[in-house]
Design a protein around this ligand. Structure first.
Ligand SMILES: Cc1cc2nc3c(=O)[nH]c(=O)nc-3n(C[C@H](O)[C@H](O)[C@H](O)COP(=O)(O)O)c2cc1C
Length: 310
């Protein structure tokens, strides 16, 4: 018997596998039992209605996907009133991804989510433009990332607060340290990396908004490196995401310092990819004589991880 459970701060997950925000919805319950997952993660919810970016919003590349979805959605009132009842049908802990344009708005929305029954954690997607400052993503620099985290920490009390970092920064370890210092319970590493594809017949970018976020298999070594750097910079748990499609990929992320993993683009190829990752993790641990999947966390790091390995 392998113990697949992991702890992310005060939250215990039955296993370390969950979906990546924006690549998953409750409709997947028609394909498999969502309660088999360690947690459920919503697409990012925004304060107000958003139409999203111009079409086309998705573009396949050789070994990954570019997207510029632009977080379309009906806003927080609709999420709490209409979407939450549907999410509450499941037993797996629900992580609500939140995106907002200002520090105050992040805090206000986080407080409302913290007061909503059935929300197990907030995952703050800070890869969105900071409209009060220069319009650059909060996650690009330590100061705005820390300011958003501090405001949300005050707003949500003891509710677990995860902060999702961006690869589009020069020094992710500095951003990670700043966010951890303001009381984040875990870091999700990472969001998509900026990329571009051009249609050479029209001489236009293939995506309606020009640049997009790159994800999928070719992103994996970059995301793995980011997890490795962040895990050595902070003592809070890291959740690894980027190009994970198989249990072997997940083991690499755990060994690089992650306590849990998220699967995104791979679910578009195979909607049951997450189940295969869970089964494969169990089989890997059994084959290696590992009793607890948590023992893999940080196994490949130069020094053992004390607190984050729990
Ligand atoms: C179509 C699409 C939509 C996404 N939407 C969101 C989102 O709403 N919020 C968010 O934090 N990340 C979003 N992401 C990023 C993913 O959660 C994940 O960080 C990224 O895709 C890397 O993982 P992957 O290579 O397994 O897909 C989206 C990714 C894709 C491909």
């Amino acid at each position: 018997m392998v113990d697949l459970s992991v702890r992310i701060g005060s939250l215990t997950l039955a296993n370390p596998v969950m979906p990546a925000s924006g690549t998953f919805g409750p409709e997947l319950s028609q394909v498999f039992d969502l309660d088999a997952l360690g947690a459920l993660v919503t697409k990012s919810v925004t304060p107000e209605f958003r139409a999203g970016n111009p079409l086309p919003r998705l573009c396949e590349t050789e070994a990954g996907v570019l997207n510029s979805i632009g977080i379309p959605g009906k806003g927080l009132d609709h999420f709490i009133g209409q979407a939450m009842p549907e999410w509450r049908r499941f037993r797996a802990p629900l992580v609500v991804s939140l995106s907002a344009p200002t520090v105050a708005s992040f805090a206000e929305c986080a407080a409302r989510l913290a007061a909503t029954p059935g929300v197990a954690a907030i995952e703050a997607n800070i890869s969105c433009p900071n409209l009060e400052e220069d319009g650059r993503a909060f996650a690009m620099h330590p100061e705005p990332a820390a300011a958003a985290t501090a405001a949300m920490r005050r707003a949500v009390g003891g509710l677990p607060l995860w902060v999702k970092l961006s690869p589009n920064t020069g020094d992710i370890a500095a951003v990670a340290r700043a966010v951890a210092a303001e009381g984040a319970d875990a870091l999700v590493v990472a969001n998509t990396i900026l990329g571009l594809a051009i249609d050479i017949e029209t001489a236009r970018p293939k995506l309606g908004s020009g640049m997009g976020g790159f994800s999928g298999p070719a992103f994996k070594p970059i995301a793995l490196r980011l997890v490795w750097q962040v895990a050595q910079a902070v003592r809070i748990p890291v959740i690894g995401v980027g190009g994970i499609a198989t249990a072997e990929d997940a083991v690499e992320f755990l060994m690089a310092g992650a306590t849990a993993v998220q699967v995104g683009t791979a679910s578009f190829v195979s909607p049951t990819a997450m189940l295969q990752v869970i089964d494969g993790l169990r089989a890997y641990c059994a084959r290696k004589g590992i009793a607890r999947v948590g023992a893999l966390t940080g196994a490949a790091l130069p020094t053992a991880l004390p607190a984050a390995a729990e």
